[in-house]
Design a protein around this ligand. Sequence first.
Ligand code: QAP
Ligand code: CO
Length: 187
Amino acid sequence: MLAVVYNRLLETRHKQMPILNILEFPDPRLRTVAKPVTKVDDRIRALVDDMLETMYHAPGIGLAASQVDVHLRVVVMDLSEDASEPIVLINPEIEVLDSDTCPNQEGCLSVPGFYETVERAAHIRLNALDREGIPFELEPEDLMAVCIQHEIDHLDGKLFVDYLSTFKRDRIKKKLEKLHRRQDEPA
Ligand code: QAP
Ligand code: CO
């Protein structure tokens, strides 16, 4: 009997656990600056797949590796209605093409329940590597441009709440801290 339990424990330990834990503001680990991926290998592809599952499960439209406490420059996104268009960005770099900005309502899986307007560059050019390590370039618009900037901010340890007033940010921080204290209480 004990042997059976022990074997199950071992199995669970070695089994793929694709839904990753998402760090929440104000967790200091979200402030870590992520390192570039040096080689897009199976280990990175496994991370990408777990991140996609985690994002779809949430559900969300974008997730940066920083949010799951992996400090590598990896982002997954899917802006489609039916979760059919996964986008993988490895070592993404953007160039702001002009000074036009547009306001957008943003949310974040690491700031659950809060949505605020943020101004971002309207025209950007993106260079990144895909899941196979092949470089590609895009000139994204609208939500795609916003989401890419939001996710690259995560890789640099930045959150959308950083663009809000201190008052608004502190209010969100206090509310989430209170929620986290409640979650930590024994049932
Ligand atoms: C980033 O955010 C983004 O508060 C992706 O309770 C969002 O996937 C970029 C989510 C908007 C541009 C515009 C948020 C899920 C998902 C929540 C997300 C929540 C549950 C956020
Ligand atoms: Co986010």
